[in-house]
Design a protein around this ligand. Structure first.
Ligand SMILES: *Cc1c(COP(=O)(O)O)cnc(C)c1O
Ligand code: SF4
Length: 351
């Protein structure tokens, strides 16, 4: 029987009940959730969740009956990955960069995932599809950056990842490889010497780590981040703003400060996307703006991510920061808002 701290991941409703993370009375509802959406909580996160069964880690990973509620406006493909797909597994929305979905598998299945209808245990992108995606990239010289995402690219074996990175690095016009992953935090044991050797072999690589609460940063996760930083790999983070997980200035300040201490630069704070069964996680944009305004001035600028929303339907990410610049109605004249909310006049140079 799996217990919190056990070596095996929790992957079904029976596991959750046996580990004390779910009540047996909830089993029928959770079984219905499980028919639509994957469950997986790796050992480190199961232990962190068990430490606070109604806490910010448990809320992100333990399924609840609230996922059966389909809110008005929810979408199967909220950020429109499929709207700009020149080859299977490839999303090309901005001219200079593409997203390559190299696998649909993750180490953990987040209950708020924006790709929750496609992630699962199907494994790596099959070779013919990968070859077609790489052929498109090769034939499109405007692409400078390839972003590996998923699923989670770091669930691939180091050997498979090495082969993939070498193929991408072999395309002359690709200047930057970026990997988005939750693995260093949720399954830190994967950040092995073999994996680090692969990452170091890529000429220009940026690693963006998805993490949403300081409680995820277990000693093992912190050690994994240190191994990556010591290997010289530039580290950034992305965080999803989630109701009752991290929707306060205190929670986000603690997370962003911890990331900076561990040599990770906060990059994006994402407004929660309109995926099916995730309405209970969504804040309003006004709440996000209020939190960001509270953080500005209070935290080092290095700690502050850009607050962005993916426009539903595949129109891309846009900043949704609160207004620091007010128009006055007179051309070239503005009022600038400081971090305490006071307004100051500003005039553009004449002519
Ligand atoms: C988010 C996203 C990117 C990366 O955007 P950046 O702002 O460069 O981080 C690229 N392509 C697609 C389709 C995306 O959704
Ligand atoms: S790790 Fe990323 S892709 Fe996987 S379930 Fe979580 S949010 Fe979705």
């Amino acid at each position: 029987m799996p217990r919190p701290g056990a070596r095996r991941a929790l992957t079904n409703v029976a596991d959750l009940i046996a580990s004390g993370l779910a009540a047996s009375a909830d089993a029928p509802a959770l079984q219905r959730v499980a028919t639509d959406f994957q469950i997986r909580i790796p050992p480190q996160m199961a232990a962190a969740a068990a430490g606070a069964v109604d806490g910010p880690v448990a809320r992100q990973f333990v399924p609840t009956a609230a996922e059966l509620v389909v809110a008005a406006g929810s979408l199967h493909d909220p950020i429109g990955d499929a709207a700009h797909q020149p080859a299977p597994g490839l999303t090309h929305r901005y001219p200079d960069r593409v997203i390559l979905h190299v696998t649909r598998t993750c180490d953990v299945y987040c209950r708020f995932c924006f790709r929750r209808e496609v992630v699962g245990e199907s494994g790596p992108l099959p070779e013919p599809e990968l070859a077609a995606a790489l052929a498109y990239i090769r034939a499109t010289p405007a692409i400078r950056e390839v972003i590996l995402t998923g699923g989670d690219p770091l669930t691939l074996s180091p050997r498979r990842l090495a082969a993939l990175c070498a193929r991408i690095a072999g395309i002359g016009h690709i200047e930057v490889l970026r990997i988005h992953s939750r693995t260093p935090v949720v399954a830190p044991e994967r950040t092995s010497p073999a994996l680090i050797a692969v990452l170091k072999s890529v000429p220009v690589l940026y690693l963006v780590i998805h993490t949403n609460h300081a409680d995820e940063l277990t000693p093992a996760a912190v050690a994994a981040l240190a191994r990556l930083a010591d290997a010289g790999i530039p580290l950034l983070s992305q965080t999803v703003l989630l109701r009752r997980v991290n929707d306060s200035a205190e929670a986000l300040a603690a997370l962003f400060r911890a990331l900076l201490r561990h040599r990770v630069k906060p990059y994006y704070l994402h407004h929660c996307d309109l995926a099916r069964g995730t309405g209970h996680f969504r804040t309003t944009i006004a709440e996000g703006q209020r939190i960001m305004a509270e953080l500005r001035g209070r935290l080092s600028g290095l700690c502050l991510p850009g607050y962005v929303i993916d426009i539903p339907g595949g129109f891309g990410k846009v900043p949704v920061l609160p207004g620091y610049v007010e128009e006055t109605g007179i051309p070239g004249r503005y009022m600038l808002r400081d971090h305490q909310g006071r307004l100051h006049p500003y005039a553009d140079p004449e002519g």
